[in-house]
Design a protein around this ligand. Structure first.
Ligand SMILES: CC(C)(COP(=O)(O)OP(=O)(O)OC[C@H]1O[C@@H](n2cnc3c(N)ncnc32)[C@H](O)[C@@H]1OP(=O)(O)O)[C@@H](O)C(=O)NCCC(=O)NCCS
Ligand SMILES: CC(=O)OC[C@H](N)C(=O)O
Length: 214
């Protein structure tokens, strides 16, 4: 029982440390990650002792109360794993998550698909292994039996299908920022074509049409 209380206090401290919006352990008690992590610990213990159905029921209940944190009871999670926000986090059956890992919402540690996994040896891993102190940004998707090395950072919105070395940073492309036109540029864009410009444009179009590239 002492061990359970120590781990619970540790989980609360981790929330206060890594979520600036939470100031006290009392506040951390209402963090959405807690029911997921605490239930998973129990579910995993039941699962490894062969009580698959009971473990499944617990995981099902945790998913319902956390807005969709779905951790398969077979997955292994290290100490001080922090799941921020939590909505729609999926961690597959053979995933292994190290210690001090931070996981934001909508992260998937999933399999590539049944068409691939059907060809693996029975019991073979089909989900990722995540090293210690890794950060998985929101919407990061890691598929297959790949390894994310210690201290790696997987940026928001990344799709990872291969191993990531320790300490590496994975960055998804960011959205293009289109700046508004300045009043002068807008005036230029709206200006009607002069007769000379129109003639030049017609000439270019005719040249294109007869070039065979059109
Ligand atoms: C796209 C997908 C179906 C490909 O599956 P696959 O069995 O690996 O298919 P293939 O072998 O035909 O394709 C692999 C190639 O596609 C590329 N690829 C895979 N997923 C891709 C994606 N989403 N976008 C772009 N390229 C992708 C791979 O890099 C690989 O390229 P390469 O051959 O140059 O190395 C799979 O990656 C996927 O997205 N599965 C969905 C599974 C899922 O959502 N799981 C979550 C479970 S919780
Ligand atoms: C999380 C995930 O990989 O789901 C896909 C499938 N249910 C499986 O366990 O392989």
């Amino acid at each position: 029982m002492r061990k359970v209380i120590t781990r619970a206090r540790e989980d609360l401290s981790v929330i206060v440390e890594r979520d600036p919006s939470i100031r006290t352990r009392a506040e951390a008690l209402l963090h959405p990650a807690l029911p997921a992590l605490w239930t998973h610990r129990l579910a995993h213990a039941l699962y490894t002792r062969g009580h698959r159905q009971l473990a499944r029921i617990l995981a099902y209940l945790a998913r319902a109360v956390t807005g969709g944190i779905e951790i398969h009871p077979g997955a292994t999670l290290g100490r001080r794993v922090f799941i921020d926000h939590g909505a729609a986090v999926v961690i597959g059956e053979t995933a292994r998550v190290g210690e001090d890992v931070t996981i934001f919402h909508q992260v998937t540690l999933g399999a590539v698909g049944w068409w691939r996994d059907g060809h693996r040896d029975p019991g073979a891993r089909r989900h990722p292994v995540v090293g210690d102190r890794v950060v998985l940004g929101t919407n990061a998707i890691v598929l297959g039996p790949v390894t994310i090395g210690d201290d790696a950072l997987v940026g928001a919105g990344s799709l990872v299908l291969g191993d990531v070395p320790s300490g590496a940073r994975v960055m998804a492309p960011t959205a293009e920022i289109v700046r508004p036109l300045s009043p002068a540029d807008r005036e230029e864009a709206d200006r009607p074509l002069s007769p000379a410009d129109r003639e030049e444009a017609d000439r270019l179009l005719r040249a294109l049409a007869t070039s065979g590239c059109w």
